[in-house]
Design a protein around this ligand. Structure first.
Ligand SMILES: *Cc1c(COP(=O)(O)O)cnc(C)c1O
Length: 382
């Protein structure tokens, strides 16, 4: 990458960590295969490099939300099985079918649209039927499931498609032992039995996200779908740190101080002076803001490693900048600060940011905007 050391800011992505995280997930998955979920630009890490590293780590499937994401993976030459699950009425599916992308279907109208697209594509579609086993989001309700299965099996008999997958998603996997978890495994098992009784012969049945991959072997079925753990974050942060699970956070977000200046006590800092210096001190200006994905809610809250110490953002986060109070520590314009990373230098983690902001590491990572260049540490052992 160009001039890494001179960049205003950068998100360094450790592809070797991604490869090794996926390998660790594969060990937990046992006999089940691994679908690495790389939606939302690989949770902000760069979808294509992430997908390649995941495949090097043993992932045989890639999971994405949209057809556009699936087609981008194919265009980059990724040959793994791909499942796309966020498809709205009227959206073109023929290109996805021609690109051998598997498609999730939630309802009989989805079966109709896929069948029509298969005709346009000139080849049968591969579909995964989704049941709502208790998340209350996408998927056919258990009441609607028999109709969906019958519609899909009819289209399969007519040669339009193959029902290759049956699947569902958890509501509370990050709270191991929550009663809904076992209830969802039961509901999913019943939905599979019903579909198979009616004639479905799925190749894969899948339910587990990252948290369930680590905590619930009976949810592994034929395939697990980890996302956040691929990127090295703990899916159960209340119970385990990444290292406890054999994971290493893959992204390090850094910036270089735009300027450093001495100011007196009582100096108002950033918009509306939400921070005021209590003594003569040094301010460091960090050239990252909410347009880069640093939440404005991180005002006076966000943790940053700068000039050898952990600091808290001083005053309001602006669109492109925020300020740190560096006290009497030595710092100069151009010095690197670290917002989050794996912790090797004592920097905060994306989980620390999530905790400070009352959110989850997923949101911290996926918010990092396109203005922040991603640079990549390549895989060591392919
Ligand atoms: C995002 C997503 C996943 C991955 O979940 P993690 O909690 O990141 O492991 C799995 N399945 C579906 C349907 C998803 O939307």
């Amino acid at each position: 990458m160009s001039g890494a050391s001179a960049a205003r800011a950068e998100a360094r992505v450790d592809l070797e960590a991604i490869r090794s995280n996926v390998a660790a997930l594969g060990r937990h998955a046992g006999a089940a295969e691994v679908m690495a979920v790389v939606k939302a630009d690989g949770y902000g890490h760069g979808m294509i490099p992430t997908a390649r590293a995941a495949v090097a780590g043993g992932a045989t499937w890639l999971g994405v939300a949209t057809i556009d994401e699936a087609l981008a993976l194919r265009q980059a030459g990724l040959a793994a099985r791909i499942l796309a699950w966020l498809i709205t009425p009227g959206e073109a599916r023929d290109q996805a079918i021609r690109a051998n992308v598997d498609i999730s279907v939630n309802s009989p109208w989805g079966v109709k649209e896929v069948a029509a697209a298969a005709v346009a594509a000139g080849q049968p579609a591969r579909i995964h039927l989704k049941v709502d086993s208790g998340l209350g989001r996408a998927g056919a309700t258990q009441a609607d499931w028999p109709d969906l299965v019958d519609a899909a099996l009819k289209a399969e008999a007519d040669g339009y498609l193959q029902v290759v997958g049956l699947w569902s998603h958890f509501a509370y996997a990050d709270e191991p032992g929550h009663p809904t978890v076992a209830a969802q495994v039961r509901a999913f098992t019943e939905a599979i039995a019903l579909a198979e009784q009616r004639g479905a012969r799925p190749e894969v049945r899948h339910l587990a996200n990252s948290a369930a991959t680590f905590t619930l072997p009976e949810s592994h079925f034929d395939l697990v779908r980890p996302g956040i753990a691929v990127y090295g974050m703990s899916p159960v942060p209340a119970h385990s740190a990444p290292a406890d699970l054999g994971l290493r956070p893959a992204m390090t977000l850094t910036a270089r101080l735009l300027m450093v200046k001495r100011v007196p006590a009582g100096y108002g800092v950033s918009y509306a002076h939400e921070y005021r210096t209590t003594a003569a001190t040094t301010l460091g200006v960090v050239p990252l803001g909410y347009a880069d994905g640093i939440p404005r809610d991180a005002t006076n809250i966000g943790p940053v490693l700068a000039a050898g110490r952990l600091r808290t953002i001083a005053g309001r986060v602006c669109m492109d900048q925020f300020v740190l109070d560096l006290g009497f520590d030595l710092a100069a314009a151009g010095d690197e600060v670290i917002l989050f990373g794996p912790g090797d230098s004592g920097e905060p983690s994306a989980q620390d940011w999530a905790n400070a902001l009352g959110t989850i590491s997923y949101e911290v990572l996926t918010r990092i905007g396109p203005r922040v260049p991603r640079t990549f540490r390549e895989i060591i052992q392919p």
